[in-house]
Design a protein around this ligand. Structure first.
Ligand code: CP3
Length: 315
């Protein structure tokens, strides 16, 4: 799951020498950090190293990833004129990402998957509009509800950029695409259907590979998200896995151990994992994962042990 690398000393060693986007845009470095957690934990898939803001760098918007904060945008996008200045880049501008995918695909076994990803238009727009991480997303909602045409114009540009970006990742060898709509839990089901779903559907529909549709705080949105698309629906730790799955019965699910459980002693971690596996009950179509990202101060040894335990229990 996202930002897993942050907990690894071998990742931090590389980041001491290179800036985030330099790692992401140098295919060899990108492939190296992408493979680090796979080599260490022996998990079934590699999540490509990039950020949901990576494609935004080609849209003429200044973004910085501030440590301990997240993406910060110097000039937030809040008016029609701001949106009109955003450019839609050619997907080829992200060639280093695709080259890194080729390197990772070549380094993995055939039974290990390469997961490419993209931020969902809503969640990326929320960073562009707020300017920095925010809990409430008040400015985002104001724009969406007060100026629906400006909102639609912004999401049109994001979706146009992301459709080319995900298609090119698959072309380069990504086996699946995960769409991260991390902060979507802040909208109502009605707002989702009108102001979010059409654009997420566009991106998911462009992947031409299996897709994972992920969000957090989504107990009220699972059906609507599944309707927008995704072969796999991500479940965060707030919903019991079986209860969430019963709401999207025709899809696979991914989840959903609480990342905070990994800060606990092994007994607690094992019990938490077993509880998730018990709710999956061996039904095909469950991808064991955390409900959200690996927290930076997680002990990597615990993650390795968890992966081994899940593999053993699953077999
Ligand atoms: O595990 C991986 O390293 C895979 C690559 C990956 C990153 N970001 C690298 C990263 C992925 C899949 C993401 C997705 C991402 N980025 C999301 C969606 C998933 C989610 O968490 O809900 C979001 C919301 C972001 C935005 C973002 N970027 C945040 C919130 C942060 C953390 C800021 C912090 O320091 O706490 C980032 C920075 C970031 N992206 C880091 C990594 C490894 C850590 C910072 C660094 O190395 O400088």
């Amino acid at each position: 799951m996202r930002q897993a690398g942050r907990s690894l000393p071998e990742y931090r060693a590389i980041r001491e020498k290179h800036a985030f986007f330099d790692v992401a845009n140098t295919p060899e470095l990108c492939a190296t950090v992408t493979l680090q957690p796979v080599e260490r934990h022996d998990v079934d898939a590699a999540v490509m190293f990039a950020d949901i803001m990576t494609p935004v760098l080609g849209m003429g918007v200044g973004v910085e990833l501030v440590e301990g904060v997240g993406p910060v945008v110097a000039h937030p996008i809040r008016t029609r004129a701001d949106v009109d200045r955003v450019r839609v880049p050619d997907p080829e501008e992200f060639a280093p990402v695709y080259e890194a995918i080729r390197l990772v695909r070549a380094a993995l076994r055939a039974d290990q998957a390469v997961v490419g990803f993209c931020g969902a238009p809503f969640t990326v727009a929320s960073y562009l509009v707020e300017g920095r991480p925010s809990r409430e997303l008040n400015e985002t909602k104001r724009l969406m509800l007060a100026e629906p045409d400006t909102w639609a114009a912004l999401l049109d540009k994001l979706a146009a950029t992301f459709t080319g970006y995900v298609a090119a990742q698959v072309e380069a060898g990504a086996d699946a695409i995960q769409l991260f709509d991390s902060w979507i839990g802040t909208v109502s089901a009605e707002q989702y259907e009108r102001h979010v779903a059409p654009w997420s559907a566009r991106v998911l529909g462009a992947a031409h590979a299996p897709t994972i549709h992920f969000g957090t705080g989504t107990p009220h949105l699972l059906e609507a998200m599944a309707a927008a698309g995704g072969d796999v629906i991500g479940l965060d730790a707030r919903v019991p896995l079986d209860a969430g799955w019963s709401r999207v019965p025709d899809r696979a699910v991914q989840g959903n151990l609480d990342p905070a459980v990994l800060l606990c002693p092994w007994d607690v971690v094992r019990a938490g994992a077993d509880a998730v596996l018990a709710r999956a009950a061996g039904r095909p179509g469950h991808i064991f994962n955390l409900g959200h990202g690996v927290l930076p101060r997680t002990d990597p040894e615990i993650v390795t042990r968890l992966a081994a335990h899940v593999r053993e229990a699953g077999a």
